[in-house]
Design a protein around this ligand. Structure first.
Ligand code: ADP
Ligand code: MG
Length: 271
């Protein structure tokens, strides 16, 4: 679904060049749920913007559904395939009433009004926001606004949705709701790319890419990535609590399996 080949991105300014992506190669299959983690400034958002050609490579290539994003003829099709949800819901809301906001992208595609209304209703239902159809977005909580933004993307029926730290500004309840929604979209067959700095969110993906200084330094299952305590600590991330406790117990002589990731697995091993 997505393939990057030695992708580089350099921001040029009068203050000097800034290498944000420094030779990134990977592919993501149809229907995968991939989390991307990495410290601030490691290049995650820059990479996200390459998935729908908001940015184009300085060198190297990125293909979306087989299409080279840097070829102008492909732009429309690439954008049709990739929905984006960003960190700040306020900057994504464009209309004064919820259902108009969800319809916005569809109106730009020239779809007939009756079809638009059907799709908007379905999308609002999908994110449990049907009751708020005629509300002003400004009256909604951050989590609800983010759900409206997701409904706008769902209504577009893209194959891929890229989330760039969608829960960073939400409270724990709002975060849980968004993650549930993401998992449901994945279960429906969408390809999900989910950038986060919450390790417990990344742990729920099928695969985790770790970025550092514009490169991908790890690519594996959450179990492979998060049980490598030395590497996770070096990168400055929190090691999941169950992994920490398992390690301390091992140092005290408990014989525990190597790859414990969750509290349930730890409890079972101890029993
Ligand atoms: P992340 O999302 O992982 O925090 P970004 O992709 O936003 O990282 O940024 C990667 C690097 O590129 C950082 O060093 C950042 O300062 C720089 N950068 C990001 N956007 C711009 C821009 N518009 N102009 C110049 N430099 C930028
Ligand atoms: Mg970012």
């Amino acid at each position: 679904m997505i393939r990057a080949e030695n992708l580089r991105h350099v921001y040029k300014s009068s203050a000097g060049d800034r290498v944000a992506l420094d030779g990134v190669s990977f592919s993501i299959n149809d229907g995968e749920f991939v989390a991307i983690i990495g410290t601030n400034g490691s290049g995650k958002s820059t990479l996200a913007k390459h998935f729908n050609a908001l940015l184009l490579p300085t060198s190297g290539k990125i293909f979306v559904d087989g299409l080279d994003t840097s070829d102008e003829k492909n732009l429309w099709h690439v954008r049709q395939n990739v929905g984006m949800v960003f960190q700040n819901p306020d900057s994504e809301i464009v209309a004064a009433i919820v259902d108009d906001d969800v319809a916005f992208g569809l109106e730009n595609l020239g779809i007939e009004p009756k079809k638009i209304r059907e799709r908007v209703d379905l999308a609002l239902d999908d994110v449990n926001m049907s009751d708020y159809k005629k509300f002003a977005p400004s009256k909604l909580s951050g989590g609800q606004k983010q759900r409206i933004a997701i409904a706008g993307v769902i209504a577009m029926r893209t194959k891929i949705i890229v989330f760039d730290e969608p829960t960073a500004m939400l409270d724990p309840q709002g975060r849980r709701e968004i993650l549930q929604m993401v998992k449901r979209l994945h279960a429906q067959g969408l390809t999900i790319i989910y950038i986060t700095h919450f390790m417990e969110e990344a742990a729920q993906a099928q695969r985790v890419l770790v970025m550092e200084s514009g490169r991908i330094v790890r690519d594996g299952t959450p179990r492979e990535v998060f049980t490598d305590v030395r590497e996770i600590t070096r990168l400055g991330f929190d090691v999941p609590v169950a992994v920490q406790i398992a390690n301390r117990l091992r140092r005290r002589g408990f014989k525990l399996p190597k790859k414990i990731l969750t509290a349930d697995e730890l409890a079972e091993a101890l029993q």
